[in-house]
Design a protein around this ligand. Structure first.
Ligand code: NAD
Length: 476
């Protein structure tokens, strides 16, 4: 078996463009309006100086693309990556527009990127770069609670979001809704519980929905349900770690392989995801995990037999080069754009089921939306209802016990009468969002006789975005 290295990232923009065009041709929308839905409304490309720890000055290049102003604010993550390009940022921003439309989040799509290596820069350089990038965005009105709201993405986390909100606040003193200028913040800085794991949890919910439909699983030779499915995950970062963890802990799936930059590990008996995560933190490498086989290069893991392959690292990981060797039955696109358009054609022909990124990783923006709502309302979701709900439950339990003469299990009584916490609201609203979005896209696929699920997702999103312009009477 020949193993491939991760592929260059240049084709991502073309892939998104091709996916859009394929779905757009199947709509009944005026070509002028399709152009408007497709094009990127604004891109800000900047260069600014940042002092390195050794006193030298480095000129950093960065971007912010606001793909669609049909709804405001625009929304999308910020990635730190040494070889990010303007085209890549525009493609990612476009995906955000369609993603928001699919999960009914009332935002346009955006994306930001800073060309630095997140795995090879000091905390001080990282902080100075993040703060300067934020100041540049403020100068050009490319950030703000009603304008454009960033979030974490590849190479960034809640730490960068904390620096962003702090810088924004300093430049806009005393404005009431400042905390809504960015999401994915730490809890102590008006974040929301559940945001950190939201994308991975959404990936788990999405896979669960897909695997619940027996008629789709049958041709793959699979039964319904996640339990017992053999899964390989690429990328043990924010999205990959949480997706793998929920698949294992909640779904009872068997995680047989995990791929990282330095290599991959495989065990037919299954890997303990939390233990692997700790091992990587302690040893700085995923390799040499007790009881597992080392796989180098890690891209070889993508080609191993499994039921579900979850690419959760970067775009263009599966291309025409390695697609013929992929042996997974389902590819669950947790990352943005992991399968390029040429690879997709090969995989679909071979009967591989692809759950597309623009649906599957929308859990992050969904919970970001909840965080933004919380920041604008200045109250947590459980504050007004939790105690009331607990008391109501107590009255119901008391009545049930009176009527049946039987006592409810004390543990259940305690749980129900405690009332829901904010995390319960977040998880249940995310589960509902991922479930209903899957069924909307699925219905579009089946009732409109569209070729595949990705085309259905684009078709659905294009129609939703176009509807805003149609209601404005701008296009015929
Ligand atoms: P992250 O930086 O937290 O994690 C990415 C991980 O992938 C890192 O551990 C990195 O070492 C690993 N990696 C990089 N190249 C690799 C390779 N060639 N092989 C194996 N592993 C590799 O980033 P993240 O936030 O988890 O984002 C991952 C993907 O998910 C990106 O495509 C991002 O755009 C997408 N995404 C993220 C979010 C979010 O909320 N963070 C939301 C939607 C989509």
């Amino acid at each position: 078996m020949s193993a491939s290295q991760p592929q260059p990232r240049g084709r991502f923009f073309e892939s998104v463009s091709r996916y859009f065009d394929r779905a757009a041709r199947l709509t009944h929308i005026h070509p002028g309006l399709l152009d408007q839905v497709k094009c990127c409304n604004a891109v800000y490309r900047m260069r600014f100086p940042v002092k390195r720890d050794d006193g030298e000055i480095e000129v950093v290049e960065a971007f912010r693309a606001e793909h669609s102003h049909h709804r405001l604010p625009t929304k999308g993550g910020i990635r730190f990556s040494p070889d990010v390009t303007q085209d890549e940022v525009i493609a990612l921003a476009a995906l955000m527009t369609y993603k928001c439309a699919i999960v009914r989040v009332p935002f346009g799509g955006a994306k930001g990127a800073v060309r630095i290596d997140p795995h090879n820069c000091s905390p001080g350089f990282r902080e100075r770069t993040t703060r300067r990038y934020t100041a540049e965005l403020v100068k050009k009105n490319f950030i703000g609670p009603g304008v454009d709201v960033p979030a974490p993405d590849y190479g960034t986390s809640e730490r960068e979001m904390a620096w962003i909100v702090d810088t924004y606040e300093a430049l806009n003193p005393g404005k009431l809704h400042n905390y809504g200028c960015v999401t994915g913040k730490p809890l102590s800085l008006h974040g929301i519980p559940g945001r950190k794991e939201a994308t991975g949890l959404g990936v788990f919910y999405g896979i669960q929905e897909c695997l619940s439909i027996a008629e789709d699983m049958k041709p793959l030779g699979l039964g319904t349900g996640v339990a017992g499915k053999r899964v390989i995950v690429q990328g043990l970062g924010n999205v990959g770690y949480h997706a793998a963890n929920f698949l294992q802990a909640e779904g009872r799936a068997i995680i047989t392989g995990i791929a990282e930059r330095e290599g991959g590990i495989y065990s037919a008996d299954g890997l303990d995801v939390s233990a692997v995560f700790k091992h990587r933190q302690q040893t700085d490498s995923i390799l040499n995990f007790p009881g597992a086989e080392n796989v180098i290069p890690s891209a070889e893991l993508l080609e191993r037999e499994c039921d579900i392959l979850v690419p959760a690292a970067l775009e263009n990981q599966i291309t025409a080069e390695n697609a013929p060797r992929i042996r997974a039955k389902i590819i669950a696109e947790a990352a943005n754009g992991p399968v390029d358009a040429e690879a997709e054609a090969i995989l679909l022909k071979r009967g591989v089921f692809i759950i597309p990124d623009l649906y599957l990783n929308a859990g992050g923006v969904t919970v970001s939306y909840f965080e933004w709502l919380k920041n604008l309302s200045h109250v947590s979701f459980d504050r007004m209802t939790s105690r009331y709900q607990g008391l109501t439950n107590r009255h119901i339990i008391d009545a049930v016990e009176r009527l049946t003469g039987k006592a409810v299990d004390p543990r259940e009584r305690r749980e129900l009468t405690a009332g829901p916490g904010e995390i319960n609201y977040v998880y249940s609203a995310l589960a509902e969002t991922m479930s209903s979005a899957y069924h909307h896209v699925y219905e579009e696929w089946r009732t409109q006789d569209l070729p595949d699920l990705r085309t259905a997702a684009f078709h659905f999103a294009i129609n939703r975005v176009a509807a805003t312009y149609l209601d404005l009477g701008i296009f015929p």
